[in-house]
Ligand binder design. Structure first.
Ligand code: FBP
Length: 339
């Protein structure tokens, strides 16, 4: 039964009519992204039945082993979004270089950035994974010549849209086009995402945090202080007991925070000194920062708001602390006090 719910295409067309800065075929581009996510949802749900689990036998640009579903999900985004004429180029966490739109297709005015399958260590154990995407405007000067990686290096505050698909017990799409954060659930009977969670709001306070606690000895001191205060419970300075969760899938963690509050941390640590954090600015941190900010939450590196970070390379990594506003501000304060 449809129950008169708005489907995602209608929602996007109405958003485009409301916002004159969403030019051209923006809603058509978003429909292509939605179709990519539906195709990936189908592959993820078939799993072993379609021989889609396990390693692909290849490595991505980060030197990480790729799963078969990583490769399939990357192809799904490229295949569904390359021909519509809405994009100038794409960049994926799984590909070293950008993917310019092939010359046989018309070139559009947007850039698409995506992490096709986030949390892929969960695939083989049949736990939640997701896709993350971000839409940027192609700078003026890239509409003539072929776009380059430099055209993608825009702070997250300039994102036109961002979102994720969560392939969990039900498949959900959560997105923002700069007017709040909204959740849609895939109705498999009719093959459409229907608006089920309009205007999501993250509670400013929380009693729940998410962090990979096995890295505690490597964390930076402000994060060690924050977590130890949470663990001290009612008798400590926070005066309340905290709960902890770790799904090892950023999409699932952010989704839980949108549903019931909380704070997620993948902080700077000393485990691998070659990088300032584990998560990627363009593919993970920026889109999630927009989603969280549009729901009233905050996203920070600890010392800077994520949406203000000027990217310097396509695959750069950043520390990420996001979620309930009061908690993120507290952790930022601990960083300032530590300086
Ligand atoms: P991938 O992009 O390689 O999937 O890594 C990202 C991620 O899986 C996040 O979704 C998650 O928060 C984190 O890595 C889990 O890291 P850890 O292995 O330390 O638990």
């Amino acid at each position: 039964m449809l129950c008169g719910r708005t489907n995602v295409n209608k929602f996007l067309i109405e958003e485009q009519r409301r916002n004159p800065s969403l030019v051209g075929d923006f809603s058509m581009l978003m429909s292509d992204i939605v179709r990519s996510c539906k195709a990936i949802a189908q592959g993820v749900s078939r799993g072993s039945l379609a021989d889609l689990l396990g390693d692909a036998g290849s490595e991505n640009v980060q030197g990480e082993g790729q799963k078969k579903l990583d490769v399939l999900a990357n192809q799904a985004f490229l295949r569904h979004c390359e021909w519509g004429g809405h994009l100038a180029a794409m960049a994926s966490e799984e590909m070293e270089d950008i993917f310019p739109i092939p010359s046989e297709n018309p070139r559009g005015r947007y850039l698409l950035v995506f992490d096709p399958l986030d949390g892929s260590s969960n695939i083989d154990v049949n736990l939640s994974v997701g896709s993350i995407f971000s839409v940027l405007r192609c700078p003026e000067n890239c509409s003539g010549g072929a776009p380059t990686a430099v055209d993608f290096l825009q702070p997250g505050a300039q994102q036109v849209a961002a979102g994720y698909a969560l392939y969990g017990p039900s498949t959900m799409l959560v997105l923002s086009v700069g007017n709040g954060t909204h959740g849609f659930t895939l109705d498999r009977n009719i093959g459409e995402f229907l608006l089920t969670h309009p205007n999501l709001v993250i509670a400013p306070e929380t009693r729940e945090f998410a962090i990979n606690a096995s890295n505690e000895r490597f964390w930076e001191p402000p994060v060690q202080r924050y977590v130890s205060e949470c663990l001290a419970g009612q008798s400590g300075v926070r005066g309340k007991d905290f709960n902890m969760r770790w799904v090892a899938s950023m999409v699932a963690e952010v989704h839980r925070i949108l549903m019931r509050g909380g704070v997620f941390m993948y902080p700077r640590d000393s485990k691998d000194l070659s990088r300032p954090g584990r998560l990627r600015l363009m593919y993970e941190a920026n889109p999630m920062a927009m989603i969280v900010a549009q729901a009233g939450g905050l996203a920070s590196t600890g010392s800077q708001r994520i949406l203000d970070v000027q990217p310097t390379s396509l695959h750069e990594r950043v520390p990420v602390i996001l979620g309930s506003r009061d908690e993120v501000e507290r952790i930022e304060r601990y960083h300032r006090e530590h300086e």
